[in-house]
Design a protein around this ligand. Structure first.
Ligand code: R2B
Ligand code: URA
Length: 289
């Protein structure tokens, strides 16, 4: 594989190819995507994944399997006789990945570090498989800010803890800030699919990305809490003033890495509660049946 601008890692760190920007990868004989259990020597990645158009990521393996089954049903997709929808990552066990036609569904676990590992490997997968213009979508859950539980929130921007639209990567002891840019046209396109007859509302707005579920999101119900309810409400209302409509834990990494890879990306999250009303999440089955 060569992008035509160099062949070895020493020559430059500026090499730009589809999706990736890393001269070392070009110089490697084999690239093993360890957490996906897939490799350039062990698998025919273009044959397996070259047709991928949508990469859907979400928190849990179960939800991603159910989503893949839903797509299979909707697309009337048929698997080879005698086979079942199966987790492609096999023995790797960290993430579960399902493929239905041109769609892959993978779970990313919780938090920016977990989704970062997955996205590095998915972006390299797109590169090795020679995919053409795939769209990445995070389909997750979140806390709503001023919207009721059940609301679907489509992000048109992501703010970090400093309220900047960037993710701060820690690299070799340095902080490297990269923009958390999402495809705003895609966000509007997705919003246009919402129906007036839906029994939930769909809104577009900014997402605040936290590195923690409890103190990091201003909750009062963690194991530790040194602030008062009034401090929490002041902070949540300040976020609201900045246009934030939901809070979750993977958006800044997702937006920064997909933007760096040059792929169209969107984040759609279901709010499981309104944080202005409380912190405790009751049984998710109560909300989503
Ligand atoms: C939403 O839900 C999870 C925490 O419960 C986290 O992964 C997120 O972003
Ligand atoms: N996920 C989060 O990160 N926060 C919430 O409040 C709900 C889901």
């Amino acid at each position: 594989e060569s992008c035509g601008c160099m062949s070895t890692a020493q020559q430059s760190s500026q090499c730009i190819t589809n999706f990736i920007r890393n001269p070392h990868i070009l110089a490697m004989e084999e690239d093993y995507l360890y957490h996906l259990g897939l490799g350039t020597k062990t698998h025919d990645l273009p044959a397996m994944f070259g047709d991928v158009k949508f990469v859907i990521v979400g928190g849990t393996p179960k939800r991603m399997e159910s989503l893949a089954k839903y797509f299979m049903h909707e697309m009337k997709a048929k698997l080879p006789i005698g086979t079942q929808l199966s987790d492609i990552t096999g023995a790797a066990e960290r993430y579960s990945m399902y493929k239905v036609g041109p769609i892959i569904c993978v779970n990313h676990g919780m938090g920016n570090p977990s989704i970062s590992i997955l996205l590095h490997e998915l972006i390299k997968l797109m590169y090795h498989a020679k995919c053409k213009n795939p769209v990445f979508i995070r389909l997750g859950t979140c806390g709503g800010l001023g919207v009721p539980g059940g609301t679907v929130v489509i992000s048109d921007g992501v703010l970090n803890d400093k309220l900047n639209a960037e993710h701060e990567f820690k690299i070799l002891g340095n902080i490297v800030a990269r923009p958390t840019k999402l495809d705003v046209n895609l966000a509007q396109e997705l919003k246009s699919l919402a129906n007036l007859s839906d029994d939930y509302q769909t809104v577009v707005g900014k997402t605040y990305c936290a590195d923690d579920f409890y103190e990091g999101q201003g909750r009062l119900d963690g194991a530790f809490c040194d602030y008062k309810e009034a401090d929490k409400m002041k902070w949540l209302n300040m976020l609201r003033q900045k246009g934030v409509v939901n809070i979750e834990m993977e958006s800044s990494m997702f937006a920064a890495l997909t933007n760096q890879a040059g792929v169209r990306a969107a984040i759609i999250c279901a709010a499981i509660l309104n944080r202005l009303d409380g912190d405790q999440v009751c049984s998710i089955n109560e909300l989503f049946g």
